[in-house]
Design a protein around this ligand. Structure first.
Ligand code: AKG
Ligand code: FE2
Length: 330
């Protein structure tokens, strides 16, 4: 089986019908919202009402929209436009950062598609650039674009800002659970890995049959997502239904990831989410994935457990954690 695939961007420019591997089984749609996705003002989390809103958001959706997150609009604009400039380059330029070594050996970092593991694995209408941003002293700059020229500096700046936002949110989550304020922050030492995933979704001729990103949960502790303000597409699952997450200018989407669900013993959920395609417009997004230290023992925080609330997840070392579904006891 060949790992090398045509970039979706090139497919989109040439085909009228998406290849079979991209087509999903069910017709794609969204359900009517029961209530809007909560919008949290991060500068007000000291206030009880805002903290309660955060708690409700994390329990019901595992995801929320965040304003007043401390990242300047000009920096967000610069980051989005650097990403757009990267993806607009000719294919040969982008292939210099390919995630396939010698055209066949897949590695996590670089430009390309997701790893193909099985023959019948469905594909997504998406190309991406995946970069390891933390630990800061282990950045592999051979995978960091030099075009546009500003790319590296802007990403460096953006990463230092999202880190602050991350810590603010992690501390707020710990407080909601009466845990030590640094309980989650301490799981991320200066050796923990943080990725930036720049997603590019070309227009797709069959948005009713093809997903920009198939349904998944994020594996780490927390994800800070910056979505295209002009094109929606992100959906989140709740109670077996799919709901549109609105794209609001300069508003981040924050979601709980699997390790956080385990550590909170399922009080806060790591939501399934997916991305729809659009017939006419390209779409970009940038996910910052924050993982815990590889050596961390993943387990529900002991103070959240008692006779009535037994652990719902088995203990496992973070580096051995691969599939979320295998971890659930009930
Ligand atoms: O593009 C999006 O809105 C979501 C992307 C996503 O879920 C991911 O990269 O894990
Ligand atoms: Fe995701």
């Amino acid at each position: 089986m060949s790992l090398a695939r045509t970039m979706v961007q090139e497919l989109a420019a040439t085909v009228e019908e998406p290849p079979r591997e991209y087509v999903v089984d069910d017709m794609l749609d969204a359900d009517e919202m029961p209530q809007p996705i909560p919008l949290i003002d991060l500068s007000r989390l000291m206030a009880v009402d805002e903290a309660n809103k955060l708690r409700a958001a994390l329990q019901t959706w595992g995801l929320f929209l965040a304003t007043n997150h401390g990242i300047e609009e000009s920096l967000m604009d610069a980051m989005m436009s650097a990403s757009r400039d990267f993806f607009r380059q000719p294919s040969e330029e982008k292939q210099k950062y390919s995630n396939l070594i010698d055209g066949k050996h897949f590695q996590m970092e670089g430009y390309g598609n997701d790893k193909v593991v099985t023959r019948d694995q469905g594909l997504s209408w998406n190309d991406h650039l995946h970069l390891r941003v933390e630990p800061e002293d282990e950045r592999n700059f051979s995978k960091w674009p030099t075009h546009p020229e500003s790319f590296r500096d802007v990403l460096h700046e953006y990463a230092s800002k999202t880190k602050r936002t991350r810590d603010l949110i992690l501390r707020s989550i710990a407080k909601l659970l009466d845990l030590d304020e640094d309980y989650f922050v301490n799981q991320i030492s200066n050796k923990a890995i943080g990725f930036a995933r720049f997603n590019y979704y070309p227009p797709c001729p069959r948005p009713d049959l093809v997903l920009g990103r198939r349904s998944h949960t994020d594996g780490g502790l927390l994800t800070i997502l910056f979505v295209d303000q002009d094109v929606g597409g992100l959906q989140v699952e709740r109670g077996g239904k799919w709901y549109n997450v609105p794209a609001k200018p300069y508003t981040l989407v924050i979601n709980v990831a699997d390790c956080m669900e385990i550590m909170t013993n399922g009080i806060f959920r790591s939501p399934l989410h997916r991305v729809m395609t659009n017939a006419n417009k390209e779409r970009l997004s940038l996910a910052r994935f924050y993982a815990v230290d590889a050596e961390t023992m993943l387990e529900p925080a002991p103070s959240l457990l008692d006779d009535k609330r037994p652990p719902r997840y088995e203990k496992i070392k973070a580096k051995d954690f691969v599939s979320f579904s295998r971890m659930k006891i009930s």
